[in-house]
Design a binder for this molecule. Structure first.
Ligand code: NAP
Length: 411
């Protein structure tokens, strides 16, 4: 089944039965380092994850795969079938960042992975660890989790260059059929947002809120301007809440009209906000937001802005989730200028691993990793990105991971 990699002989496969993952104590987990600083942060994170797992009698059997430059050298292809097949077979994978050249017909490998495996939700928790510098006064109030739709919207890559046959044909079609005028020298992008994709995303967000005792799910959209895409996202979101979770969800109107603004036990409030307003609200009324569900492009912007509240790209973890499948990756890219320098912060990749453990159902282990990272930063042991704001004992990627492991072992 595999051309150039060999699955490990030890370890067991994670299964997916009756809509739930069945995770053995020694799961086989595929991973790849990816490009640039992936070579620094992924090995560091793996050491931390191994140390944490072993404290709970678990062992991850890692299955090394290739994507990006490494894969090109071995396969002559940046994203080999071996890599996609292994993720399909083993269901949960850890990845490092992949470089995407700007322009010039090179599709983002990250987008390709998400689309090929139908990982339809980009899920990013945004929580604060004490000691990390933040631009807001009360970062401890930040505790959100963002569900961003991953397969649709303008970002999905349905677009044509200015002057191309397709762009000109679409411009002519719109003029002839609908009397809509578009300048001939326009590039064209298509923004599809479907009921199906919206509902499965919002469903996942509500299920997460229920399973994790969250108080609200906020649908963030630009429906005042884009009524039939972003506006429909909001409407379908409310529909799925009402039709499938009617006994456990209430709207904001119901909250104020029937419950005097106090959320009744066991209920989740479904709200919606216009995206531009939401950018202000995550700064000014942070603690009112909990689980957020967004279409792709708004979700991209908002999740990076939210990450800045809790320390930025070196800190923020992420994941791409489908039905019974998850690929875990930090939100940062390959930062090529720092590649191989043992300099960057491995926290984002480490916390990405913690998020993966949560997905596996290893919640206590995941919490312990977060505590160990927090302890390390509070001891003043920091990489350059944190050091430039608060000073402290400046260390490299490997040394930071060593300190986290020491703290883990002390817990
Ligand atoms: P980036 O790689 O995230 O780096 C931007 C800046 O963020 C760095 O210069 C650095 O800031 C800071 N940073 C990122 N990771 C850090 C870490 N672990 N520790 C400390 N600081 C960190 O973004 P980019 O330069 O825009 O993108 C580079 C390449 O990565 C592009 O090809 C892009 O397409 C790709 N990318 C991939 C993914 C992915 O694989 N999921 C995601 C985003 C981007 P300072 O220089 O200010 O210290």
């Amino acid at each position: 089944m595999y051309e150039k990699v060999k699955p490990p002989e030890e370890g067991k496969k994670i299964e997916y039965r009756d809509g739930k993952l069945v995770v053995p104590d020694n799961p086989i987990i595929p991973y790849f380092e990816g490009d640039g600083i992936g070579k620094d942060v992924v090995p560091a994170a793996i050491r931390v994850l191994d140390a944490a797992a072993s404290k709970f009698g678990k062992e991850i059997v890692w299955f090394k795969l290739y994507a990006g430059e490494d894969a090109y050298k071995i396969y002559g292809n940046y994203l080999p079938e071996d890599t996609l097949n292994a993720i399909r077979e083993y269901r949960v994978a850890l990845k490092g960042p992949l470089t995407t050249p700007v322009g010039g017909g090179f599709r983002s490998l990250n987008v390709t992975i998400r689309q090929t495996l139908d990982l339809y939700a980009n899920v990013r928790p945004i929580y604060y660890l004490k000691g990390i510098p933040s631009p807001i006064k009360h970062p401890e109030k930040v505790d959100m989790i963002i569900f961003r739709e991953n397969t649709e919207d303008v970002y999905a890559g349905i677009e044509w260059q200015k002057g191309s046959y397709e762009a000109l044909k679409i411009i002519k079609f719109l003029k002839d059929e609908f009397d809509v005028s578009i300048r001939e020298d326009s590039g064209i992008g298509i923004k599809p947002i479907s009921e199906f994709a919206t509902k499965r995303l919002v469903r996942l967000a509500i299920l997460y809120a229920l399973e994790n005792n969250r108080e609200s799910v906020t649908l963030v959209h630009k429906g005042n301007i884009m009524k039939y895409t972003e506006g429909a996202f909001r409407d379908w979101g409310y529909e799925v809440a009402r039709d499938e979770f009617g006994d456990v969800t209430i709207t904001e109107d119901e909250l104020w009209n029937n419950y005097d603004g106090r959320i009744p036990k066991g209920k989740i409030v479904i709200k919606d906000r216009i995206a531009d307003n939401m950018f202000q609200q995550i700064l000014t009324r942070t603690d009112e937001y909990d689980v957020l569900a967004l279409p792709n492009l708004n979700g991209d912007y908002l999740s990076d802005a939210a990450a800045a509240l809790i320390g930025g790209l070196g800190i923020a973890p992420g994941s791409n989730i489908g039905d019974g499948m998850g690929v875990f990756e930090p939100i940062h890219g390959s930062a090529p200028k720092y590649a191989g320098k043992n300099k960057v912060n491995p926290t984002a990749e480490i916390l990405t691993g913690a998020l993966m453990f949560e997905y596996l159902g290893w919640k206590e282990c995941s919490e312990m990793i977060k505590r160990a990272v927090e302890m390390t930063v509070q001891q003043g042991i920091v990489t350059y990105d944190i050091h430039r704001h608060v000073g402290g004992n400046l260390v490299g990627t490997k040394e930071f991971a060593n300190a986290v492991i020491e703290n883990l072992n002390s817990l």
